[in-house]
Design a protein around this ligand. Structure first.
Ligand code: NDP
Length: 244
């Protein structure tokens, strides 16, 4: 069976991606940071679909420790056919008042993880001469969001890394793409007030609603499929028509 690895697969968009890839026939490795019960629930749902699921505790912001852990996981489980770099976080505040800790935490988690998680998987994909690497970026990385200078920088970096790596590894049949969601209903948005959503955010979205995690998962599933064999270095927006 093909194998996919999804970081931050315990909830939100990562959970939907893991479950969708299982429905499409993949066995899964899902990583989580802190919520083991949520990760176990996702694993149970995947096994219910007749696929294998392995859960791994992994802090993707942990630099070389994260890299060694991913290397050990792929050494024992085998090379994933698909890697989804999904784990991410926000720590929103205006740049003028942003502490260095908020800057570094968001950059390490959202962009540093691309280095730590992708490299050990890529080494195996290079040997096997095939693979798909899909990273979850954001509209914020394309147009910038006020109050999210750290987050926007991290996601813009992820897009640049995706495009550059796509060029480096195309000759080995490894495809590297990103998906840029807009405003998706998950816990990540828990800090945004209902009033803010209704008065400021929804009016900007032509489809006049937030997206669902499953709607992001469907695009990731396409990029992981045979149908996407001629797509690399691309960023696909899933944002209800929000201008980017
Ligand atoms: P959630 O906050 O709902 O879930 C975040 C996931 O990432 C959880 O599985 C969490 O693990 C994991 N995670 C967070 N930090 C770390 C870390 N340091 N190491 C390992 N895992 C970590 O977020 P979403 O599902 O909304 O977001 C998923 C991705 O989509 C992110 O990259 C986000 O930036 C991006 N995105 C989301 C948008 C939205 O509107 N929701 C819009 C655009 C992009 P645990 O459960 O164990 O804490």
């Amino acid at each position: 069976m093909p194998l996919a690895m999804v970081t931050g697969g315990s909830r939100g968009i990562g959970r939907s991606i893991a479950i969708r890839l299982a429905a499409d026939g993949f066995d899964l490795i899902i990583t989580y940071r802190s919520r083991v019960d949520d990760a176990n629930e996702v694993a149970a749902e995947i096994r219910g679909k007749g696929r294998e699921a392995r859960i791994i505790e992994l802090d993707v912001s942990a630099g070389s420790d994260a890299e060694s852990k991913v290397a050990a996981v792929v050494d024992s489980a085998g090379c994933p056919d698909v890697l989804v770099n999904n784990a991410g976080m926000v720590r929103d505040t205006l740049f003028a008042t942003m502490g260095r800790e908020s800057w570094e935490k968001v950059l390490n988690t959202n962009l540093g993880s691309f280095y730590s998680v992708t490299r050990p998987v890529l080494r195996q994909m290079l040997r096997r001469r095939s693979g798909r690497i899909i990273s979850i970026a954001s509209t914020a990385g394309l147009r910038g969001n006020a109050g999210q200078v750290n987050y926007s920088a991290s996601k813009a970096g992820l897009i640049g890394a995706t495009k550059a790596l796509a060029l480096e590894v195309a000759a080995r049949n490894i495809l590297v793409n990103a998906v840029a969601p807009g405003f998706i209903e998950t816990e990540m948005l828990a800090g945004v007030s209902q009033q803010n959503v209704e008065e400021k955010i929804l009016p900007l979205i032509p489809l006049k609603r937030a997206g669902k995690p499953e709607e992001v998962a469907a695009v990731v599933a396409f990029l992981a499929s045979d149908g996407a064999a001629y797509i690399t270095g691309e960023v696909i927006n899933v944002n209800g028509g929000l201008y980017t």
